[in-house]
Design a binder for this molecule. Sequence first.
Ligand SMILES: *Cc1c(COP(=O)(O)O)cnc(C)c1O
Length: 389
Amino acid sequence: MSSLAKNYKRRKLSFASGKGSFLYTKSGAKYLDFVQGIAVNSLGHTNPTLVNAINKQSKKLWHVSNSFIIPEGEELARKLTNKTFANAVIFQNSGAEATEAAIKVARRYFYSIGKPEKNRILCIKNSFHGRTIATINASGSEKMTEGFGPKVAGFDHFKFGNHNELKKKITNKTAAIMIEPIMGEGGIKVIPDWCLKELRKICDKNKILLILDEVQCGIGRTGKFFSYEYAKIKPDIVPIAKGIGGGFPIGAVLMTKKVSAGMVPGTHGSTFGGNPLAMAVGNAVMNEIFKKGFLGKVNSNSKYFISELNKIKNKFPKIIKEIRGKGLILGIQLHHDQTKFINSLMKNKLLTIKAAENVIRVLPPLNVNKNEINMALKIITKVCNSYQK
Ligand SMILES: *Cc1c(COP(=O)(O)O)cnc(C)c1O
């Protein structure tokens, strides 16, 4: 009997070790892991560079309070701002903390310019921004908020794709629009570039902030460092997490100089956020992702993977409805419930994970190679074939 609470539906499978794209059980069974902790292990399991970084830092210094200067954090913040729209960073430990911090930053900005009434955040109905009390209310999902007490005020919602509703829901109390450029849990739904451009214009026109939740789709996942770069726009606030720590829990909120002005000493904090051990790993992840050719390879592998997945789709149009996604955040949408298909993939030693809308999420490590992609394609084809019978 497990002493853990039953808040997860766990598979009857556990692993003893991992290397790159693969996981191994205690008895030595080998699985191709195209979940990677849900886009967390961006450089695969036990990446030697990261192992080295964490070993080195673990012998020097693990944790000091944020009441002191933390050079490793200064360095990671500098790397993040040098490569992006942002001028300032606050480190956290998770995605939900990062999205909550994003909400705080947006509200505090308007407070600091004498407009405290502008505090409402407009989000897509049934989106995903984390599991804290505030972020489940941001998501606007009945399922996620059920049983968790009074609704947290300050959030409005519009239906995905309903631009008229979006415009109508903006009032003089709106502080920001917060969306995921690619809805991960929502079924790998990509917000088109023209739509992001339009959103930017709407925000500018209404003098409100654009928060892009890149917790899942950021950090090289789409083949650019941030997925919004495809739309050639600049957001005001971007929460990140998953991929930045390569498996070590790190979250952060990135912001422009303008909005950071509200975050004066004492306004926000975190005991663990940005400690030297976490920051050492984050720096190593950034160094790898910005190595020459790294993102180019993500893109060429993605192109190959997507085109081969579409060939499988065309061969099995009664099973696969659509191939979704960008870079290496991919979705195979089935016509029917995907549970059985995912279980069959797992029996064939390929690990994938569910998302909404009958989608099978495929999240290989960013440094996956073509052989591994071919292995996955072969297993997916095999499972499709077994469905035909
Ligand atoms: C995973 C995720 C979160 C929450 O991250 P946690 O680390 O689980 O708190 C928030 N937003 C998006 C888009 C995510 O994918």
